[in-house]
Design a protein around this ligand. Structure first.
Ligand SMILES: *[C@@H]1O[C@H](CO)[C@@H](O)[C@H](O)[C@H]1NC(C)=O
Ligand SMILES: *[C@@H]1O[C@H](CO)[C@@H](O)[C@H](O)[C@H]1NC(C)=O
Ligand SMILES: *[C@@H]1O[C@H](CO)[C@@H](O)[C@H](O)[C@H]1NC(C)=O
Length: 196
């Protein structure tokens, strides 16, 4: 019986792991909407487009496509020119399921016991970054770009870039010195690098 309850709880947790459900069919501004309201065309720029010169994430979350509000899903198309990285960051509200469409990527995340799980991904591989953990992606190829599509279990997964959120937000300097057990000069060098 207890086992059954635990199992039920596990299932329940899974079905409630997304954004809160809305109690209407979908969120719409009025009742004269048509199929266009459910169509996002902002990704058409990718078709036949050039790779950017630095890493770029093209997102379709509720910030770009308000129709996603209440739908618990979103996407990001990640373009990695040769040698580029998506710096260490966190998505506070969703897990990320990444599909490598072309090129190769070195990826990894760190769990709460500070274990690093890293992987070399090949075309066709899918990797999951569990919700809320520090993670990164790196195209270690000197010539070939890489393209990945990430799905998120939230309409607004959110992103906190660790370098920016820690070193570019005016956290009182003594706090950073002590946190990283580093001299002020070292911390300032990191801060200055991000201000440029
Ligand atoms: C209803 O909302 C849609 C989507 O935002 C908009 O295109 C349309 O003009 C609105 N219709 C009216 C009557 O306000
Ligand atoms: C990148 O590739 C080089 C050359 O193959 C290798 O020595 C290095 O360990 C790789 N770095 C990562 C992070 O995979
Ligand atoms: C750091 O903050 C400054 C001032 O707010 C901003 O101009 C700059 O773009 C930020 N740098 C990064 C890497 O976010």
């Amino acid at each position: 019986m207890i086992l059954n309850l635990l199992f039920m709880f596990a299932i329940f947790s899974i079905v409630t792991a997304g954004d809160p459900n809305v109690l209407i069919d979908f969120v719409a501004p009025n009742n004269t909407i048509d199929a266009n309201y459910f169509t996002f065309t902002g990704m058409r720029q990718l078709v036949g487009g050039e790779y950017p010169t630095t890493f770029r994430a093209l997102k379709v979350s509720m910030n770009e496509f308000l129709t996603l509000c209440g739908q618990s899903v979103s996407y990001a198309i990640l373009e990695f020119p040769a040698g580029s990285i998506n710096p260490v960051h966190i998505h506070p509200r969703a897990s990320e399921l990444m599909f490598l469409v072309s090129g190769s990527l070195q990826v990894g995340f760190v769990d709460t016991s500070n274990t690093l799980y890293k992987q070399s991904l090949r075309i066709g591989d899918v990797f999951v970054f569990p919700k809320g953990f520090v993670h990164f992606q790196y195209n270690n190829d000197t010539k070939e770009p890489a393209l990945a599509i990430s799905a998120f279990g939230s309409a607004n997964a959110g992103t906190q870039l660790i370098p920016t959120s820690v070193f570019n937000t005016s956290i009182f300097e003594g706090i950073l010195d002590a946190s990283f057990q580093a001299t002020r000069a070292t911390i300032r060098r990191i801060e200055d690098g991000l201000k440029e």
